[in-house]
Design a protein around this ligand. Structure first.
Ligand code: SF4
Length: 71
């Protein structure tokens, strides 16, 4: 599963990092990034982290997390 983030939509609510702390991190302004690739806008999500990322995408209030080929 590939995950895409849209930082321009992010409202810095903190939810995705709480749900998937192995995947998401934030800039100093609280805008979403990937924890291991801070400048990437897309990342392949390993199977063990997919359910958390699916929850993050479903619950992101700004629709700033998109999934491609979800489970
Ligand atoms: S859940 Fe959405 S709006 Fe909230 S920090 Fe994450 S990407 Fe940004």
């Amino acid at each position: 599963m590939k995950c895409e983030i849209l930082p321009e939509r992010c409202i810095a609510c903190g939810l995705c990092q709480a749900l998937a702390p192995q995947v998401f991190d934030y800039t100093d302004e609280g805008i979403v990034t990937f924890i291991d690739e801070p400048h990437a806008l897309q990342e392949f999500i390993p199977e063990k982290e997919q359910s958390e990322v699916v929850q993050s995408a479903k619950r992101c209030p700004a629709h700033a997390i998109l999934l491609h080929n979800p489970l």
